[in-house]
Design a protein around this ligand. Structure first.
Ligand code: UD1
Length: 445
């Protein structure tokens, strides 16, 4: 069965101002954290993407009442009738962040059965940092037939040291610890902006949680947490995609919602390539003017504030069409170059092996039929289509839909010839120029 596809045609000089949606990686954890409260919370700036839909399915199966005003991106979540017994295991299997309900449910109900989650094919992605530390807190955990069973008579405050600053483990563990009496620590914690958004939410709920440098989170358990109203942070990964689109199409794009602090290293690399990157003085708002001749740069992914692994496939596209050779080191995931052979089908010159990729810049890319295997790869291949001669056909629309609410429309508004097509591919179908071309007024910086 086809999952739908994306059609893209060469579209240079993207131009205009573009708004960001709320961050997928922040909102999923925040939705899970509401299981710690009883009452009605309101989340604003919630993207209407399929991962949010699945998380709504999980919360509803737990007795939570949800109202999603997709037009205004407002989600009302009432946890008054929360019950932990009927978790929608089918939804859990569809995306990895579903596992984040384990921490809150375990701390509240002490007894959870949860399916082992799915997600992108970007590596083995074990859950050992989560599990071994729930055990350290006093839980008994075993798995059987792709289900995990967690049970605890009583959970204890703990000093937890993470092997690696895992985003998901930091989030899951801190959600469990905020309601456990006594002082806990998470050492070598992930401090990605999305983790900080979750910490802000927990503080609003009444949790005693703070970051102590370097990379430690201090938690003093409280008895009860209360509902909140919160505006989810903007999606820095969508911002990165739009800025790469501006660079490679030699365009001029202004992203007023982009927070410079969330993407310093990424912006520096775009600048090193020869692009003009103009950041507003207050740290919010980035404009890019793509250079006619861009130099290849090398980079290495790492936990924040290092180069975000989710921006690696996007930045690789910029290297594919730059002058010179770039070395990319992917240190976070072991299998995150699946987009490289697809790009080679379009004429790129990439040699990828293990954690390393060497990219020799090429003059031209050519439209081809390619396959996206994860969210960011889908976006990266679509951006490659913008600078490729002819038409690019990307299979794997479901990945795009997991993470992007209206990015296709935003790109069209900037002048891109790009279309999302549901169902089976139509051989003769072409993206017509009439779809793109709408220019948006740009505020001067
Ligand atoms: C989150 C993001 C994802 C991003 C990643 C790294 C969400 C929903 N997803 O994923 O977009 O690419 O952070 O910034 O927020 N690991 C283990 N054992 C564990 C947990 C992780 O070995 O128990 C490893 C992973 O396999 C990976 C590394 O640690 O190699 C980092 O993973 P982690 O930070 O946990 O990523 P996620 O939270 O899954």
């Amino acid at each position: 069965m086809s999952t739908g596809h994306i059609l893209v045609q060469k579209s240079m000089n993207l131009q205009g101002e573009v708004a960001l949606s709320g961050a997928k990686n922040a909102v999923l954890a925040i939705m899970a954290s509401l299981l710690l409260t009883s009452g009605k919370s309101v989340l604003k700036n919630v993207p209407a993407i399929s991962d949010v839909k699945q998380m709504i399915g999980i919360l509803e199966s737990l007795g939570v009442t949800i109202l999603f005003d997709k037009e205004h991106n407002v989600l009302e979540i009432d946890t008054t009738s929360l019950d932990h017994n009927n978790i929608a295991q089918e939804c859990v299997k569809k995306f990895r962040a579903s596992f984040l309900v384990l921490g809150p449910l375990l701390t509240r109900f002490k007894d959870v059965k949860i399916a082992l989650p799915g997600g992108d094919e970007i590596g083995a992605r074990p859950l050992d940092y989560h599990i071994k530390n729930f055990i350290k807190m006093g839980a008994a955990i075993h798995h059987e037939d792709s289900f995990l069973y967690a049970h605890a008579k009583k959970l204890k405050a703990q000093k937890i040291v993470l092997d690696y600053p895992s985003v998901g483990a930091t989030e899951n563990l801190m959600m469990a610890l905020v309601l456990i009496p006594g002082r806990s620590w998470i050492i070598n914690a992930a401090l990605e902006p999305e983790v900080l958004d979750l910490i802000t939410v927990l503080q609003k709920m009444g949790a005693s949680i703070e970051i102590v440098s370097p990379a430690m989170i201090k938690i003093d358990g409280v008895e009860k947490l209360h509902p909140i109203t919160h505006t989810v942070m903007f999606d820095r990964l969508e911002a990165g995609s739009l800025l790469v689109a501006g660079a490679i199409t030699q365009g001029d794009i202004y992203v007023p919602d982009a927070h410079v602090r969330d993407m310093d290293l990424f912006l520096m690399k775009l600048e090193e390539m020869g692009n003009k990157v103009i950041c507003n003085k207050n740290g919010v708002g980035v404009r890019i003017k793509g250079a006619a001749r861009q130099r290849a740069v090398s980079f290495k992914t790492a936990p924040y504030p290092g180069f975000a692994t989710d921006l690696q496939p996007l930045m690789m596209i910029a290297q594919v069409v730059a002058h010179g050779t770039s070395t990319i080191v992917e240190t976070v995931f072991e299998n995150r170059f699946l987009h490289a052979p697809e790009l080679n089908k379009m004429g790129a010159d990439i040699t990828a092996s293990g954690h390393y990729a060497q990219v020799n810049g090429v003059k031209n890319l050519y439209g081809a039929s390619v396959l996206a295997t994860d969210i960011r790869a889908a976006c990266a291949l679509a951006l490659a289509g913008l600078v490729a001669e002819g038409q690019t056909h990307i299979d794997g629309l479901l990945h795009w839909k997991r993470g992007y609410e209206t990015l296709d429309q935003k790109l069209r508004d900037l002048g891109a010839l790009l279309e999302l097509c549901e169902g089976a591919p139509t051989v003769a179908k072409k993206v017509t120029p009439a779809i793109g071309a709408k220019k948006v007024e740009r505020r001067e910086l």
